[in-house]
Design a protein around this ligand. Structure first.
Ligand code: MG
Length: 270
């Protein structure tokens, strides 16, 4: 159950794509929160698993981000562009969260990056357990990135820690400048706001300065970058941010050269 909207998160399905023969395996996650009725219990259980994920990722030297937005803000397009720009410099693995279909994971795999699709069914967000089950199925590399694209939703994902290093909100200029005021929990939870589709600003009445001011109002000091996944503007700042954080993440645990899951020294096919 989601503590925010009360929906059931049971019955999530995790799809594993086999590069060898091209087929997909679907694994339905067993419901384990059916009898938990108190919000605090759900969140504390989620936070406990998220802490394990965070520990495993830090130990493996993998910099993980939780990307959140409303549907249609351009998360997948931004990811595809980011992976293309980082090709040969920084390995990227992706977890895709959507209620249905493997479309986004297929778009990511078309870039050559490994991607694993989680279908949440009626669920409106990813949770830490879904990510925990996904991690051993992805070939994660020290110094690399793990991008977790959450279900398109500015409400529920804000409450569920996945074990990421940072939450990133993608907010597009085709939305209203007041999104941060309407969904303050999401913008407070985020360490970085990407104002996307800025190539469209000449054609819209959207006031980017006002949008930034609104983000600052609910989260003073939050970093905002103006980008366009389509035109590529602003992506240098985003890519530099990713590279510097990935380097720090790898260095801070450089004493250990163990892989995320010792029994899979080369990762697993995803
Ligand atoms: Mg998407």
């Amino acid at each position: 159950m989601c503590t925010t909207c009360g929906c059931s998160g049971d019955g999530a399905t995790l799809h594993t794509h086999h590069a060898d023969d091209g087929h997909d395996d679907a694994l339905t996650l067993t419901p384990d929160v059916r009898h938990v009725s108190i919000e605090q219990d759900i969140l504390s259980r989620n936070d406990h698993i998220a802490a394990h994920n965070r520990h495993d990722l830090a130990h493996a030297g993998v910099f993980a981000l939780n990307l959140m937005s409303s549907p249609g803000a351009g998360k997948t397009t931004l990811l595809v562009k980011t992976i293309e720009q980082l090709a040969g410099r920084l390995p990227v693995a992706v977890i895709e969260g959507d209620q249905q279909t493997s479309r986004d994971a297929e778009r990511i795999r078309a870039t050559g990056a490994p991607a694993l699709q989680i279908n949440t069914g009626k669920g409106c967000h990813l949770d830490a357990r879904m990510v925990q089950e996904a991690l051993p199925r992805l070939p994660l590399q020290r110094g690399g990135l793990l991008m977790i694209e959450n279900v398109g939703n500015l409400v529920c994902p804000a409450a569920f820690d996945l074990g990421e290093a940072h939450k990133v909100v993608i907010f597009s200029v085709t939305e209203g400048e007041d999104k941060p005021l309407k969904y303050p929990d999401m913008f407070r939870a985020a360490d970085l706001v990407l104002l996307n589709k800025c190539d469209l600003l000449p054609y819209l009445e959207f006031d980017a300065d006002l949008a930034e001011a609104n983000a600052q109002r609910v989260h003073p000091g939050v970093r905002v970058m103006r980008v366009s996944a389509t035109s590529g503007e602003g992506l240098d700042e985003w890519l530099a941010w990713l590279k510097s954080h990935a380097e720090l993440c790898a260095q801070s645990h450089d004493h250990s050269h163990e892989h995320l899951h010792g029994h899979h020294p080369h990762g697993t096919h995803a």
